[in-house]
Write a protein that binds this ligand. Structure first.
Ligand code: ADP
Length: 205
């Protein structure tokens, strides 16, 4: 097995704040944020892959596992070649992958999961509200329709939540997702800072 990307997984239902927290973490030296949702949305809508993505995401469904992991692994590799993501100096903040048990197996050879941040909210309606707000702000098709949002939350419960059981309990940290971005970030940092430092040292020295 070759070098595996050292990663922290941001895990949680749609609307839990993975993207917000991931981009905050990504601004700190020693971290690199990679979101599979952003990766898919950046694809040319007229290309074959762009069409596949649209076909699934507009219904609130997941892109098939093999396609997702294949695109992601090529994308991550390209980022290393361009020296944007530096696997030997940065902890990878993986947002949106793995989302199925099958994806856990498919990425195992590429990724060393150092910890899992499970962003959770007791109140499902709060998540739906957040997604509604995002639909207006970011013009996201998949957030605009109530039924698509509800389907994404169902897909999360059915296909993604079981992923948590595939990791050793000692790796999984439950973080309450309700609160200001700074407050949630502080809780995440208290978990990931020691990991980032022990693996990579001080990123600025
Ligand atoms: P959210 O977490 O709010 O659902 P994302 O931006 O993470 O939004 O993902 C948007 C869409 O991209 C998903 O609904 C799905 O169609 C697709 N997608 C993202 N990550 C994956 C993945 N790991 N496997 C399959 N599909 C994915």
């Amino acid at each position: 097995m070759g070098y595996r990307y050292q990663a922290v997984l941001l895990f949680g239902a749609p609307g839990a704040g993975k993207g917000t927290q991931g981009s905050l973490l990504g601004q700190i030296p020693g971290y690199f944020h990679l979101s599979t949702g952003d990766m898919f949305r950046a694809m040319d809508k007229g290309s074959e892959l762009g069409r596949v993505f649209f076909e699934y995401s507009s219904r609130g469904e997941l892109v098939p596992d093999e396609i997702t992991v294949d695109v992601w692994s090529r994308y991550a590799h390209a980022l290393t070649v361009l020296n944007l993501y530096k696997p030997h100096q940065q902890l990878l903040v993986l947002d949106g992958l793995p989302r199925t048990v099958r994806q856990v197996d498919l990425i195992r050879d590429h990724v060393d999961v150092t910890c899992v941040i499970h962003l959770y909210a007791k109140d499902r309606e709060k998540m739906v509200q957040r997604l509604r707000g995002r639909a207006l702000k970011e013009k996201r098709m998949d957030d605009a329709k109530e039924e698509v949002v509800r389907n994404r939350l169902d897909v999360y419960e059915r296909e993604t939540r079981p992923v948590l059981d595939r990791f050793d309990k000692s790796l999984v940290h439950d973080v309450d997702a309700i609160g200001s971005p700074g407050a949630v970030l502080a809780k995440i940092l208290s978990v990931v800072t020691p990991i980032q430092e022990s693996r990579f040292g001080n990123a600025l020295t």
